[in-house]
Write a protein that binds this ligand. Structure first.
Ligand code: 5GP
Length: 248
């Protein structure tokens, strides 16, 4: 069996580091303890958050792989790191909303909590720190030469599939999947795979019974009083994912 050798740092982001490996088609993703919001203006360290996030992501990506979704995830290699396929990332964030919340509620002046139809609403944000990731539509994305119509339609269909899988899966854990953000990349054959992460940092999770927020929103809104709050949320999500589950 070929062993993975970690090589030079490729990119360091706000919450992750990406390393090259001895295989040019594979990378190592290292989860840091930083938690950020407001495009990095708020940035705090929560000890061991990266370990929990690596476990949560491993669980969800293994589950999606087992459901036939093409993802970048290959395997977890230690408590903070996972081996993934190297992809050319598409500089777009795709948000799917099942329930009105966050920026959609603010932008449209509507109440949080309104249910959207079963397909949800998909929004596209242009990943550009200087412009603060503006909301764009599909015509803009094509005009900017980021993506083709065919690729967009493919991503929309994959997102609907992922939404149906995850909505049901989280509901079986008494969690409502309010909304989530996905990112995609292409391999050297131009095939599109799901990349980045799926976690309390990129999704809104509400407890089905109490409606308590089990995600990063209290941090975004400065509602966490002590560091332990965020860690408790991650541990609660992990506990529920592992409960009655064959995906370890
Ligand atoms: P909103 O647009 O309401 O702020 O976010 C919608 C969903 O996408 C939420 O689940 C949120 O966690 C996720 N999301 C949107 N933009 C980002 C981003 O730049 N970083 C992260 N981590 N999540 C995002």
């Amino acid at each position: 069996m070929n062993s993975v050798i970690k090589k030079n740092l490729l990119i360091e982001g706000k919450t992750k580091k990406i390393y090259c490996t001895n295989n040019p088609f594979e990378i190592i993703i290292h989860y840091k303890d930083n938690l950020t919001s407001l495009n990095g203006k708020k940035n705090e360290i929560y000890q061991d958050k990266g370990i929990l996030n690596n476990e949560i992501n491993t669980h969800i990506f293994q589950f999606l792989n087992s459901c036939g979704i093409n993802t970048h995830f290959i395997k977890r290699i230690n408590n903070r790191e996972q081996l993934c396929m190297k992809l050319k990332m598409i500089p777009l964030e795709f948000v799917l909303r099942n329930i009105v919340s966050g920026s959609m509620a603010q932008r449209l002046g509507i109440e949080e909590g309104i249910k959207i139809n079963k397909n949800g609403i998909i929004e596209i944000f242009y990943k550009n720190d200087q412009l603060q990731d503006p909301l764009i539509n599909d015509h803009h994305a094509i005009f900017l030469d980021i993506i083709s119509y065919e690729e967009l339609n493919y991503i929309y269909s994959i997102m609907k599939k992922i939404n149906n899988i995850l909505k049901q899966y989280f509901l079986s854990k008494n969690i409502i999947l309010v909304d989530f953000k996905l990112e995609f990349g292409k391999n050297t054959n131009n095939e599109i795979s799901l990349a980045d992460e799926i976690s309390p940092e990129t999704c809104r999770f509400w407890d089905k019974i109490t409606m308590k927020k089990l995600d990063k929103d209290p941090f975004r809104k400065n509602l966490t009083t002590k560091h332990i709050d965020i860690i408790d949320v991650y541990m609660e999500i992990l506990k529920r994912l592992h409960h009655n589950s064959s995906y370890q």
